[in-house]
Design a protein around this ligand. Sequence first.
Ligand SMILES: NC(=O)c1ccc[n+]([C@@H]2O[C@H](COP(=O)([O-])OP(=O)(O)OC[C@H]3O[C@@H](n4cnc5c(N)ncnc54)[C@H](OP(=O)(O)O)[C@@H]3O)[C@@H](O)[C@H]2O)c1
Length: 344
Amino acid sequence: MEQESRQINFAFIGFGHVGRAFARLLIDRRKWLLKEYGIEWKVTGIATKSHGTAIDSQGLPVKKILSSWKRHSNIDNFHNGPACSSPTDFIRQCGADVLFEMSVLDLSGEPAATYIREALGAGLHVITTNKGPVATHFRQLTGLARLRGVRFLYEGTVMDGAPVFNMLRQTLPATRIRSLRGILNSTTNHILTQMEQGTPFEAALDYARDAGIAEADPSLDLDGWDSAAKLSILIQAMMGGRVKPKDIERSSITEETGRIVRAAIRRERRLRLVARAYRQGGRVIGKVELQELEVFDPLAAIRGLSNILIINTDTMRELAIVENNPSVDQTAFGLFSDLISLLR
Ligand SMILES: NC(=O)c1ccc[n+]([C@@H]2O[C@H](COP(=O)([O-])OP(=O)(O)OC[C@H]3O[C@@H](n4cnc5c(N)ncnc54)[C@H](OP(=O)(O)O)[C@@H]3O)[C@@H](O)[C@H]2O)c1
């Protein structure tokens, strides 16, 4: 028997590397979504900071917007709806069932947290790749979603599309995470492993920027803030701790770090930016540290843009998730996998 289709409307805040990659993935999987879930979708709103805002209840021509996208594109001319003078107006008027929040990282979590609060309050499900609001406002936003009976999902915030939260939720019932450690930031891992081969710091950073992997403000990567924000999300979502990014001790990576990288190589060891969390006296402690590792440590084998997370559990002992050289397409898949868990 033919499955009856249902219509679902999406809105995007942010249409940068991630937003556009996600739009391409949605278009690519349109038939699959219809066949597997009976879903017909349209994007009824896109809001950006400087590339304009557009709402159309009939659905925006996403394919056309993508194909004509340039550095200075403006989507205002696709707007076909009521006047919309602020992001709050946008959320109220976009007519979406699901808001995908994909704006830039700010450790205060703002203004994204305000957008998410507004959307959850208005009964929209929210899916985000933005670490800032999740790390800094975790309890408030998850509590609000519960209160409003909607979903707030954030798989893409820590390891792009690799299953971290979905894996715990769906496949590790009644499991307590004792501790965890990993390499969570692609930009700094790329720089460290390039410096092992003698590449200068600046050239390695430029590569990460060109690949669309570095944060808009690269000091967020280099000073360990990105790793701290991800670790804070893991601690709050998986270990029940109350650790915010500012509570996490951090190391920075600079041009000077090259000397330490080369000294470690001479001792047949590897320098890595390690994020770790452990329980101590009823609390969870988080740290982001430059550590010199034995070559046989699994973290030492993680090179380039790759990431790893090892969780120590009371059911499965140690489990490792490795993401090999992610690109923005894997982040887009994180949003897609959250969408699927919402549709189930
Ligand atoms: N890139 C990755 O591989 C990756 C991986 C995991 C997570 N993330 C996270 O995903 C998010 C998006 O990353 P990205 O690489 O797509 O960044 P991006 O290319 O810089 O795009 C950011 C988008 O957000 C918009 N924006 C910025 N501030 C805004 C505001 N106040 N209100 C509304 N829109 C705003 C920007 O508008 P304009 O276009 O006008 O500038 C742009 O469209 C970030 O939070 C990032 O940390 C990214």
